[in-house]
Design a protein around this ligand. Structure first.
Ligand SMILES: [Mg+2]
Ligand SMILES: [Zn+2]
Length: 509
C-alpha cells in the first residue's frame, strides 16, 4: 500500500476514511478523541500528519477474541534499516519521489515489538536457531533445526525428545497448516516447521555425514514426507526440487528415492511450474506440494512469471486453501531471499524482494477477517546494511549520498565526498565482498544504480554477515495487542499459542 496523506481537517471521520485499509481501523466503543484542542501557530502538513497518526493510536481498540488463524510472515534478514530503505524505495518507485512519507502495509499495523535474536551459542544468530525460536518456543544453537541447544544425534529416530513445533501442534489440534517460501522448502526457516535436524545443511540424504547416517538421522526433505502429525501439512510451496529427486532424475538424492512420486502415490498433489500452480483448485482437499525450482526461487527482480508463481500468488492460494478448514489454520510465509541479496551486498534485490514480501502481506489482508486472524510480520535476524550520510529528500535510496545545498529552496543537491574526495552510497555494509579500498576509482551514479551493483563494505569478507541487533515485529488482528515491548524471539511462539487460545480450558458448546 502506498499510504495517501492528503492534508485534511482533523476529524476522525476523515482520518478513518483516509485509511480504511489500515488493519487498526476498529471502531472504538469508548468516546473517541476526534478533535484535538492543542493548536499550533504554524499550519503545516507534517503537523497534520502527526496529529492524524496520534488520533489513530488514541482510537485503537484491541481485538480481544481468540485467533482462529495465525499467519506468520518472516522476511529473512529484514533488519530495521532494511524496512526503512524498502519503505523509501517502494515510495520512490511508486511515483512518490521523496519516498520518506511512504509506509509499507505492515508499518500500519497497530502493535509492534523489538525482538532479541541471539542464539544459545552466538551473539549473532543464523536462520536455523532463530526460526527454531519462532517455531518451538525455545532458543537453540546456530545451525540447529528444531532441536534443543544440548541435543545431538540422539534426536535422530526419536522425535519424542525434540521440541514440538507450531505446525506439529496445530496439526495435532486439527488446524490446517501451510508453508510458503521463496527458498528451498528444505532451507533453514521452513525446515524448522516440520523437521528436527542436528544440522541445517542436511537437506538431502547425501548431505549427511557417516555418523549421522549410522545414528539413523533422516535428511530434511525426507522428514517432510515422514511428518505424521494430524493429517499432515496441507500446503507446502517453494523451491528445492532437487532434494526430492534421485540423482539420475535431475536431483541430488543418493538413495534412489523419488520423494515427489512417493508424495503423489499417497494422494498428494504436486505442482512443478507456474501454469500447473495457477490451475490448482483451492477447494480440493488433497495436500499440495509445489516445488518450482531445483534450488531457491528467483529473486523477485529476476522472476519469470511463466515459470514461478510470486510469493503473493502462493500466499493467496495457501490462504484460500487453508481457510476451507473450519478449525482454522497456521501458515508460515517466508520472503527468504532478502537475506541472500544482503549476503551479496546487492541492496537492489533485497529491496525488490521486500516489495514482493509487501505484496504477499497485502494478498493476505485482502482475504482474512482480522477479528479472527492474527497476522505477525517479523524477521529472523538482521544484516549489517546501514542507511547513513545526509542524503537529501528525493535522492535515490540506492544512489550516492547527495546533500541538500544550504539555502536552496528548489531542491538543489551536491555530492557528498569522503576524506579522499570520493563519493559514497547511502546504503553500505559493515562487511562483505566489495570492500571500499583506498585506491578505488570514484563511484558514478550510473554504476551504483545498476541492479547488479554490490554496495561497498568496510571489512572484506566473501559473504556479508548477519547482525546481532534486534529485529522489529508488527502484529495486526486477533489478539495482536499481546505483542509489544522488547521480547525474546522465542516468546513470539508462546504469544501465538495464547492468541490461538491453546492455553485456555476447552469450552463446551
Ligand atoms: Mg530463511
Ligand atoms: Zn543469511
Amino acid at each position: 500500500m502506498r499510504a495517501s496523506f492528503a492534508v485534511s481537517s482533523l476529524v476522525i471521520a476523515t482520518a478513518l476514511s483516509a485509511c480504511q485499509q489500515r488493519p487498526e481501523a476498529v471502531e472504538s466503543e469508548t468516546d473517541p478523541v476526534t478533535q484535538p484542542q492543542v493548536e499550533t501557530r504554524l499550519a503545516d502538513e507534517t503537523w497534520d500528519r502527526g496529529a492524524e497518526e496520534a488520533l489513530r493510536r488514541l482510537n485503537l481498540r484491541a481485538r480481544e477474541g481468540q485467533a482462529r488463524n495465525v499467519i506468520l510472515f518472516v522476511a529473512d534478514g529484514m533488519s530495521i534499516p532494511t524496512i526503512a530503505a524498502a519503505r523509501i524505495y517502494d515510495g520512490q518507485t511508486g511515483g512518490n519521489t521523496n519516498g520518506v512519507e511512504n509506509l509499507l502495509t505492515f508499518e500500519t499495523f497497530p502493535n509492534t515489538a523489538l525482538v532479541r535474536t541471539y542464539s544459545t551459542d552466538s551473539q549473532v544468530p543464523d536462520s536455523a536457531n532463530t526460526a527454531t525460536a519462532l517455531m518451538t518456543g525455545i532458543k537453540t544453537r546456530n545451525g540447529a533445526i528444531s532441536i534443543g541447544s544440548q541435543q545431538g544425534l540422539e534426536v535422530c529416530g526419536d522425535e519424542s525428545i525434540a521440541p514440538s513445533t507450531l505446525a506439529e501442534i496445530a496439526e495435532g489440534r486439527g488446524l490446517a497448516t501451510g508453508i510458503v517460501t521463496t527458498t528451498r522448502i528444505t532451507h533453514a526457516t521452513p525446515a524448522t516447521t516440520y523437521a528436527h535436524s542436528v544440522s541445517r545443511q542436511w537437506e538431502a540424504d547425501g548431505d549427511l555425514p557417516a555418523d549421522a547416517v549410522a545414528a539413523g538421522c533422516e535428511d530434511i526433505a525426507a522428514q517432510l514426507l515422514s511428518f505424521d502429525h494430524g493429517d499432515g501439512i496441507d500446503v507446502m510451496m517453494g523451491g528445492g526440487r532437487a532434494n526430492f529427486l534421485p540423482d539420475d532424475d535431475g536431483g541430488r538424492r543418493q538413495d534412489g528415492r523419488n520423494l515427489v512420486a512417493e508424495w503423489v502415490e499417497r494422494g498428494g498433489v504436486s505442482v512443478m511450474d507456474a501454469s500447473a500452480f495457477r490451475a490448482l483448485d483451492a477447494g480440493a482437499e488433497a495436500p499440495v506440494l509445489g516445488l518450482f525450482s531445483n534450488s531457491h526461487l528467483a529473486f523477485s527482480a529476476d522472476r519469470n512469471a511463466d515459470e514461478e508463481p510470486s510469493l503473493a500468488e502462493m500466499t493467496g492460494f495457501a490462504i484460500d486453501r487453508l481457510s476451507q478448514d473450519e478449525d482454522g489454520y497456521f501458515l508460515l510465509v517466508e520472503a527468504g531471499r532478502v537475506d541472500h541479496a544482503h549476503h551479496a551486498t546487492n541492496a537492489y534485490r533485497a529491496l525488490t524482494d521486500m516489495q514482493a514480501f509487501e505484496a504477499a502481506i497485502e494478498a493476505a489482508l485482502a482475504r482474512v477477517d482480522l477479528d479472527e486472524t492474527l497476522i505477525v510480520v517479523t524477521a529472523d535476524h538482521g544484516h549489517t546494511m546501514t542507511f547513513s550520510g545526509y542524503p537529501a529528500r528525493g535522492t535515490s535510496i540506492l544512489g550516492l549520498v547527495r546533500r541538500a545545498v544550504a539555502g536552496s529552496i528548489d531542491g538543489e543537491t551536491a555530492l557528498t565526498l569522503d576524506r579522499t574526495g570520493r563519493p559514497y552510497t547511502t546504503l553500505s555494509y559493515a562487511n562483505g565482498p566489495n570492500p571500499r579500498g583506498q585506491d578505488d576509482e570514484a563511484l558514478s551514479e550510473e554504476e551504483v544504480l545498476d541492479p547488479n551493483y554490490r554496495q561497498q563494505a568496510t571489512v572484506a569478507l566473501p559473504s556479508q554477515t548477519h547482525s546481532g541487533d534486534d529485529v522489529a515485529l508488527f502484529a495486526a488482528g486477533a489478539r495482536a495487542h499481546y505483542f509489544g515491548g522488547s521480547m525474546e524471539q522465542n516468546t513470539v511462539f508462546h504469544l501465538v499459542t495464547h492468541a490461538l487460545g491453546w492455553n485456555e480450558p476447552a469450552q463446551d458448546d
